[in-house]
Design a protein around this ligand. Structure first.
Ligand SMILES: [Zn+2]
Length: 53
């Protein structure tokens, strides 16, 4: 489980199985998450704090 900030629903706990994909970038790891609100959010993780793009 991980905590993300959903722009629609606020903070949400998301299980790993809702992660759509992961990609490594120079700025950290981008996770595409199928959120409970029905949208797909891109979240950056890694050294920096979780941040919804
Ligand atoms: Zn959402």
């Amino acid at each position: 489980m991980m905590l993300i900030h959903c722009p629609v629903r606020g903070d949400e706990l998301i299980p790993e199985r809702r992660i759509h994909s992961l990609s490594n970038t120079d700025h950290g790891i981008l996770m595409r998450i199928d959120c409970y609100c029905g949208r797909r959010h891109v979240v950056r993780t890694g050294r920096r704090a979780l941040q919804t793009v």
